[in-house]
Design a protein around this ligand. Sequence first.
Ligand code: AMP
Ligand code: GLY
Length: 420
Amino acid sequence: MKVLVIGNGGREHAIAWKLKQSPHISEIHSSPVNVGIASFGTCTSIAVEDTRGLLDYAIKNSIDLTVVGPEVPLSLGLVDAFRAAGKKIFGPTKAAARIESSKAFAKEVMTKYGVPTARYKKFSSEAGIEEYIRSFPTPPVIKADGLAAGKGVTIPETMDQAIHEARAMLKEGKFGPAGASIVIEECMTGPEASIFAITDGNNFKTFASAQDHKRAFDNDQGPNTGGMGAYAPAKIITPALQQEIDEKILRPVIQGMAAEGCPYTGILYAGLMLTPQGPKVIEFNCRFGDPETEVVLPLFNGDLCEAMLASINSTVDKISLPMFQGTAVTVVLASGGYPDAYEKGKVITGLAEAEKAGAIIFHAGTKKQGPDIVTAGGRVLNVVATGPTLNAAITTAYAAAANISFQRKMMRSDIGKKGI
Ligand code: AMP
Ligand code: GLY
């Protein structure tokens, strides 16, 4: 089979790397260009938002299976367009992707089908905002309704700040159309975990659980980022807890989406908080997480192509998702300044040495420039290591990462520590 992977971050490199191991796959294509995928596949530079361009490419190149990495093309209806043209594609439809593209929609589904989540209310105007905010015992979280590239969530420290932030999102259009409506919700407490279920709209199976490290600096300090590292499996997700998550969260939401007339297919990502009252949903995403995928897929001891086809062919009940024993860690190497302004074009050295030291390297924000590979994004590289224990994987990942140099390289030094 010929497969097309859409998206060009570390997540998509990991997906393509895993698909390449499948005996069913003869050719890998991807778009836009990812330096890592280009070493074993054919890359083109069609934008992920260019639905028509991607479909034309898939038809012209006789692509048998298309896999969508990021949320934006899903929210624009890429899956609907491919299905209408009779092309196999892995992911949710536009209507199902609302589970991520509209926080208010996700909350409505959770409320209707009894999925545990923070108490909330949606607002499209300022009327009643102050009263609602002050009804919470502690300042509530303020969220833009729509997609805001991971920046639409504010966790205020005071009630006044919460009121100010809610008004700013609505009135000043701080997040453009994404902030035309906002969700105000209870601030929960507890450790976080990411769960990835693969589903055909009815049945589902889960991959290894993971923990992301969203803050820029050690000890979870500093601004929120796309993710500075991850490890899997998450120790806090015991088998009993996983079963509770399956029955109280995943099953009702998947059944609920079908009952709402928008059956959910593809990867359902549940971002959870393990609160004193049990696991609750922070958010759903309509795709694999980044950087969690970079640790979840190296631990997956099965055929990703077969699993994705089972989602498309409604046979997820017939597959299993075997996991290797052991642990995986990814340390993200970022550009100094990230998640705010950073420079690009810095020459990267030491990639081969890092691989020799036992790491898998997934490219995120890099590009080829003459004979060099240079930085081209905030998150630049994932240095991934597996090992029998979390400590062993952490040691290998950091030893490998030490080989890689570029100007103003930035990384956290405590990835995985919360799992020990
Ligand atoms: P998001 O951009 O939706 O991924 O949210 C970013 C982060 O905000 C999450 O990983 C949580 O740490 C935090 N967060 C979001 N919603 C809540 C909530 N209701 N209570 C506490 N923390 C939250
Ligand atoms: N790791 C967070 C996300 O993919 O949204």
